[in-house]
Design a protein around this ligand. Structure first.
Ligand SMILES: [Fe+2]
Length: 202
């Protein structure tokens, strides 16, 4: 029994709630961050209270949860907390479009160029059936695009994500209704935080 273990916290947003408008409205951010992301934190802390798992870092909970067994019940909320924090940081006002520098070189070497990367990422985001996430990940000295369902996350299996786009309906429905492609297009053209992606290369 761990007593007095620090509860998981809802990280602050890296920008004001209206900073991504008109591509993502403050109303969407209000629900998505203030209700959904906050809800995952609240539910995880409630589930952990008084257990041996309280006090474990989020990444450890995710890795153990992905293996199944006693920790599996923590996986969804723990992974959704991590994924959402990563998603907020994957965006910035005035972002998106083709990267420059090291990321431009890697995008070119891995996909052929911005246009090819853009089409492949949009296809992965659009092709994820139901709720999930589209990711740009590093694999060796190349980049790759992947998608996960529900709370799935590359870090559960030793992956190295650089950025992510949340394709759960709660990420875009208020602004785009069912037009997921318009939302992922705005993410690609106006929101991607390439500096964050590059920093994640290490
Ligand atoms: Fe979300």
């Amino acid at each position: 029994m761990v007593t007095g273990a620090a509860a998981h916290e809802l990280p602050k947003l890296p920008w004001a709630d209206d900073a991504l408008a008109p591509h993502i409205s403050p109303r969407t951010i209000g629900f998505h961050y203030g209700k959904h992301h906050a809800g995952y934190v609240r539910k995880l802390n409630a589930a952990l209270e008084g257990t041996d798992a309280a006090g474990l870092p989020l990444e450890k909970l995710i890795a153990l949860g992905a293996e199944g067994g006693d920790y599996a019940k923590y996986f969804n909320n723990a992974a959704q907390i991590w994924n959402h924090t990563f998603y907020w940081n994957s965006m910035r006002p005035g972002g998106g479009g083709a990267p420059s520098g090291r990321m431009a070189d890697l995008i070119g070497a891995s996909f052929g160029g911005w246009d090819e990367f853009r089409a492949a990422f949009a296809k992965a985001a659009g092709g994820q059936f139901g709720s999930g996430w589209a990711w740009l990940v590093a694999e060796g000295d190349k980049l790759a695009i992947t998608a996960t369902g529900n709370a799935g996350t590359p870090i559960a299996h030793g992956g190295k994500p650089l950025l992510t786009c949340d394709v759960w309906e709660h990420a875009y429905y208020l602004d785009y209704q069912n037009a997921r492609g318009d939302y992922t297009g705005a993410f690609l053209d106006h929101l991607i935080n390439w500096e964050f992606a590059e920093a994640n290369l290490g």
